[in-house]
Design a protein around this ligand. Structure first.
Ligand code: GP9
Ligand code: MN
Length: 405
C-alpha cells in the first residue's frame, strides 16, 4: 500500500549522489538524441577481425566522447524494452516477463514526462511494428509525445531484413522527420540490424565473417560492422543541420547479443580457454557513449562500474535538472561520489573490487578474476538483492501513484 513508498523513498534518498559541479547543466537546453544499439556488446569496440576494425566509427567516437568501458546492461527477459525502461526510469525491469507488456498502465515518472515540464518534446523512432514490446501503449504511459514506428517509413523488400527496416535507410529516413520535431527534443532511435540471428544481404557485408565454428558468432561481426556504418551516416546527416551542435548524443548497447549457448566460440573471440561465470559477467558490458558536441576536447574513457540504471539521472543532471526527489535507483555517471557498482537482474553484481555470480555463487576479484571467499561479496550481494526487491515493489505495487510530481 501507500506506506511502502516511504521505505523506498528513504532508501533512494540515502543513496542519492550529488551531481558533479562541473557537469551539472553542461548541456542545458540542448536536444537529447538517444540511440539504442541492438545487441551491441563492448568487446566489439576496438576489436580487430582479419586486421580490420569491426566498429571504426565508434572507435573514433571514443576519442571524441565520454566513453564508459565498464558499463553493463541490467536487462531481463524484456530485452530491448527492458533497456528502454531502465534508461527512461532508472528503475529495474522485472525478474520475469517484460515490464513493457505487464505493467504498461502503471504510473511512472519517466524522463519524457519530466522533460515535458521543461518545454521538451519527446519522440521515438523504430523500423518495426508499433505494437512490438507493447511500445505504442507504453510510450504514451511514459510521456512520449509521438512515436514513429514502421508505418512512417518507406519499407520495401530490398531495404528490410529480419525484424524490419535496415539501419542505414532507417537513419536516412528518420533524420528529415527529426528536423521537423519541435526543439528542444528528447528523441530515441532504436536500431534493428544487429539482431539475432545476425543476417545481412550480401550487398550490406562490409567485413568477412569471423572463422570460429559458430556461424552465429561469425555473422555477429558483420551485422555489427553494418550498424557502425549506419551510425556514421546518421552523424553525417545530423551534421548537415544545426541539430548536431544543439544536441547531446547518447548511444548505448541494449543487451548482450551472444548468449551462453555460444560460449565455445566466444572463448576463442576473447582469448580464454573456457568462459566461466566471471567472463560471462564481463561479457555483459555494453558500450555507452555520451557525446557532447563542443566538449570533444574533454573526451575521456570513464572506468566507473555502472549500468543502464544510471543513465536517467546522468542525462537530467547534464540538462541542469535536479533529481533528488525522484524515485530512481541509479547514480549520475559524472558524480565523483558515485559508487562503482551495478547489478544484474538475477542478483549478480559487479563492483570496482568484486564480481559476484549469483548463478554459481562465486565471488571473484573484479580486476583479476581470482576466486575469493563468498563472505567478501556478501554485503554487496545483500545490497543488490535489497535494491532489486525495492525496485520490484515499486512496479508490482504501482507505487509511483503515491508520489507527487
Ligand atoms: C524489436 C526490437 C528487438 O522491435 O527492438 O527487440 P529484442 O528482441 O532485442 O528485445
Ligand atoms: Mn534488443
Amino acid at each position: 500500500d501507500s506506506s511502502d513508498i516511504n521505505g523506498i523513498k528513504n532508501y533512494v534518498k540515502a543513496n542519492h549522489v550529488k551531481p558533479s559541479d562541473k557537469f551539472f547543466g553542461a548541456a542545458k537546453g540542448k536536444n537529447v538524441i538517444l540511440v539504442s544499439l541492438e545487441s551491441t556488446q563492448s568487446f566489439l569496440i576496438n576489436y580487430k577481425l582479419h586486421g580490420q576494425e569491426v566498429t571504426p566509427f565508434l572507435n573514433d567516437l571514443v576519442s571524441k566522447s565520454f566513453y564508459f568501458d565498464n558499463f553493463y546492461h541490467n536487462t531481463g527477459q524484456g530485452k530491448t524494452s527492458d533497456a528502454e525502461f531502465l534508461i527512461d526510469n532508472s528503475i529495474y525491469p522485472l525478474p520475469r516477463g517484460a515490464v513493457y507488456t505487464t505493467n504498461a498502465q502503471n504510473e511512472y515518472h519517466a524522463t519524457p514526462e519530466i522533460l515535458d515540464q521543461h518545454g521538451y518534446t519527446s519522440v521515438a523512432f523504430h523500423g518495426n511494428h508499433k505494437s512490438f514490446w507493447n511500445r505504442d501503449i507504453m510510450y504514451k504511459t511514459l510521456g512520449y509525445d509521438k512515436f514513429y514506428p514502421e508505418k512512417y517509413f518507406n519499407i520495401t523488400e530490398d531495404n528490410s531484413i529480419n525484424y524490419g527496416l535496415k539501419d542505414i535507410p532507417f537513419f536516412k529516413q528518420a533524420v528529415p522527420i527529426l528536423k521537423k520535431v519541435q526543439q528542444p527534443f528528447y528523441a530515441k532511435f532504436i536500431t534493428l540490424s544487429n539482431h539475432f540471428p545476425f543476417v545481412l544481404d550480401p550487398e550490406d557485408e562490409m567485413i568477412e565473417p569471423a572463422n570460429t565454428e559458430d556461424n552465429v558468432v561469425n555473422r555477429y561481426f558483420q551485422t555489427a560492422r553494418y550498424e557502425d556504418e549506419a551510425l556514421r551516416i546518421f552523424f553525417e546527416k545530423l551534421k548537415e543541420s544545426d541539430l548536431y551542435k544543439n544536441s547531446v548524443i547518447v548511444l548505448y548497447g541494449d543487451h548482450y547479443g551472444i548468449s551462453e549457448n555460444h560460449n565455445e566460440a566466444m572463448a576463442k573471440v576473447i582469448g580464454v580457454d573456457e568462459i566461466n561465470s566471471y567472463h560471462h559477467l564481463k561479457l555483459q558490458r555494453v558500450p555507452l557513449f555520451i557525446h557532447i558536441p563542443g566538449m570533444e576536447d574533454q573526451a575521456k574513457v570513464m572506468h566507473t562500474t555502472s549500468g543502464e540504471i544510471d543513465v536517467k539521472p546522468t542525462i537530467l543532471h547534464l540538462l541542469g535538472i535536479q533529481t533528488k526527489d525522484d524515485i530512481a535507483f541509479g547514480a549520475d555517471l559524472f558524480s565523483p561520489e558515485r559508487p562503482s557498482f551495478t547489478i544484474q537482474r538475477d542478483g549478480s553484481f559487479i563492483s570496482g573490487k568484486y564480481i559476484y555470480s549469483k548463478k554459481d555463487s562465486t565471488c571473484y576479484l573484479q580486476k583479476t578474476g581470482d576466486v575469493v571467499g563468498n563472505k567478501q561479496c556478501k554485503p554487496l550481494e545483500n545490497k543488490a538483492l535489497h535494491e532489486l526487491q525495492l525496485s520490484d515493489k515499486v512496479i508490482y505495487g504501482d507505487l509511483l501513484r503515491f508520489t507527487d510530481r
